[in-house]
Write a protein that binds this ligand. Structure first.
Ligand SMILES: [Fe+2]
Length: 140
């Protein structure tokens, strides 16, 4: 089966730790997706648990990213932090819906996660590259 989410080199930010975590997020989403066709079948609880683990990883990622932004005096740190906070709120709301047994579509959830990740990586975090390049230019 083809991957649901295919990593592309254009997603690279140039910050090793962050790129590694983004790739890990992509593989978490792919695992959840392939699980939909096998291990999570008729087991929404298992999916809900896996989705929660995915959200935990997103939180860890945001935490590390914010630390990196702080250390490198990233100019857009405040708006980025706010964006992270809002996104976590949305994710928690969605996972709460799973817990409460409300009807949900695991596929819709994954589509949402994938679309968000693409815009996070390809638009927001892509600015990191310019930030680092700007820094190295200053040093030269
Ligand atoms: Fe990121």
């Amino acid at each position: 089966m083809d991957d649901f989410f295919v990593w592309e080199t254009r997603y690279e930010t140039g910050v090793e730790l962050i790129d590694r975590q983004h790739k890990k997020l992509v593989s978490i989403i792919n695992d959840l997706y392939s699980g939909l066709h096998s291990k999570y079948k008729d087991k929404s609880e298992a999916f809900a648990k896996a989705a929660k683990d995915a959200v935990d990883y997103v939180r860890t990622h945001f935490h590390d990213e914010e630390e990196w932004m702080f250390e490198t005096s990233y100019p857009e740190i405040e708006s980025q932090k706010e964006w992270h906070r809002k996104f976590i709120e949305v994710l928690l709301k969605k996972t709460k819906e799973f817990d409460e047994g409300r009807t949900y579509s695991a596929f819709e959830f994954l589509k949402f996660l994938k679309e968000w990740l693409i815009s996070h990586i390809a638009i927001e975090d892509k600015k990191f590259r310019f930030h680092i390049q700007g820094e190295s230019r200053d040093k030269n």
